[in-house]
Design a protein around this ligand. Structure first.
Ligand code: NDP
Length: 356
């Protein structure tokens, strides 16, 4: 048997106060015929993981005494995304073999753990020629960028889209996917001392234009933007910020253009100027990749297959991660908990990923 450890919570609140480490044994020789045991290779900290523990995210795992063996209180295991390696299989497992890489088929899998007893049908096999970081983060950020650029507006080569939060993992993936299709992007970022460095970085991955929030919100600057478009209208806006930044995107959309709101990093509401809504017939919509799993059948698997191809062909390159490496051979409960608490504390300064 092996010792499995998982990061759990029993009540909703601030993640660093709520999470605990729970350890229990998994007997590798006592699997049902369709069961597999997987070992974690890497799991990221995403904003939605934090919102789940806060209790403010609409899709949440149940807090139950049956979540794991030997729990003292009803609990949930944190984490929705991660890469695992198969280390044991039941007698009738068909689609996975030992050492295969896999990711959860669904959300709420509880990925912040070292090992997990699972059914084969809860997992999707993943190509082992991706990097560990790319495979561990394939299902949320690049998949969201792919769906937002594919499912809502038909964007042809030379068309334009505009996005804020352009330096986020979703935004960077959107830049790369658009570039590979010949689609132009206007990318809004927060101003900073070293803005030229960030601009250079985003241009190097394929951004057409990079502008600051101030330029996005300026009426004067809109003339400059018009000159870039060469008579074309912007068909799509991607908003993960809200507030004046979102309104700036809305003002740039052409007739019958679509604004997809997928996040609210500034915590401010999206305000749509009434005249634009009426006279430009804008589509103001939400985007939720988890909602699409239900409303667009097969979207999860189809998207992961498409994003895998984009990674393999070099369109999507490895993003920046702040990695914490843990050694499973000597890991203690306290070390695992500390690693997640530190990653949560640092989650505002870049994407955190825990690796085993
Ligand atoms: P990252 O951690 O990679 O990036 C966060 C981004 O948000 C950074 O670019 C940062 O800007 C920006 N940001 C942080 N605080 C603020 C603020 N107060 N005002 C404006 N911008 C801010 O995030 P992800 O790519 O993982 O996620 C980005 C957003 O997308 C989140 O809101 C997340 O919840 C959402 N999301 C939604 C999905 C859905 O299905 N709806 C799916 C995936 C993600 P800077 O570069 O200047 O630091």
């Amino acid at each position: 048997s092996i010792t499995a450890r998982a990061i759990i919570y029993s009540s909703y609140g601030e993640p660093i106060d709520e999470i605990k480490c729970h350890s229990y044994n998994i007997n590798l020789n006592e699997l049902n015929e369709n069961q597999v045991v997987v070992q974690s290779l890497a799991t990221p900290i995403n904003p939605s993981d934090i919102n789940q523990i806060q209790g403010v995210y609409p899709s949440r795992p149940s807090i139950s005494i049956d979540s794991l063996p030997n729990l003292l209180k009803p609990s949930s295991v944190s984490g929705n995304e991660g890469l695992f390696k198969v280390i044991a299989i039941g007698s009738n497992v068909k689609n996975l073999k030992i050492n295969d890489w896999c990711i959860p088929l669904n959300v709420n899998y509880g990925t912040w753990c070292t090992h997990k007893l699972s059914n084969e049908n809860e997992l999707i096999k993943i190509n082992e020629n991706l990097s560990i970081n790319q495979a561990a983060t394939i299902a949320v950020n690049p998949s969201s960028a792919y769906q937002m650029l594919t499912y809502y507006e038909k964007l042809n080569p030379d068309d334009w889209f505009v996005q804020n939060g352009a330096n986020s993992q979703v935004g960077r993936a959107a830049i790369q996917i658009a570039k590979s299709r010949g689609i132009n992007s206007i990318n809004v970022v927060r101003n900073r001392d070293n803005i030229d460095e960030l601009k250079k970085d985003l241009y190097s991955i394929g951004a057409t234009k990079v502008i600051t929030d101030e330029e996005n919100e300026s009426k004067e600057f809109s003339k400059e933007i018009k000159s870039w478009l060469n008579g074309k209208e912007i068909k799509l806006g991607l908003n993960c910020v809200g507030g004046p930044s979102a309104t700036g995107l809305i003002r740039k959309l052409g007739n019958s253009g679509t604004l997809l709101t997928y996040g609210g990093m500034s915590m401010k509401p999206v305000t749509v100027p009434t005249g634009l809504l009426i006279f430009k017939n804008l589509n103001i919509k939400g985007f939720w990749i988890t909602g699409n799993i239900k409303s667009i059948p097969n979207s999860r698997i189809d998207t992961i297959n498409e994003v895998t191809k984009l990674i393999e062909s070099g369109v999507l390159t490895e993003q920046k991660y702040n990695e914490t490496e843990l050694n499973l051979d000597s890991l203690t409960d306290d070390q695992l908990l500390e690693a997640f608490i530190n990653a949560l504390k640092n989650s505002k300064s870049g994407k955190q990923i825990i690796k085993f």
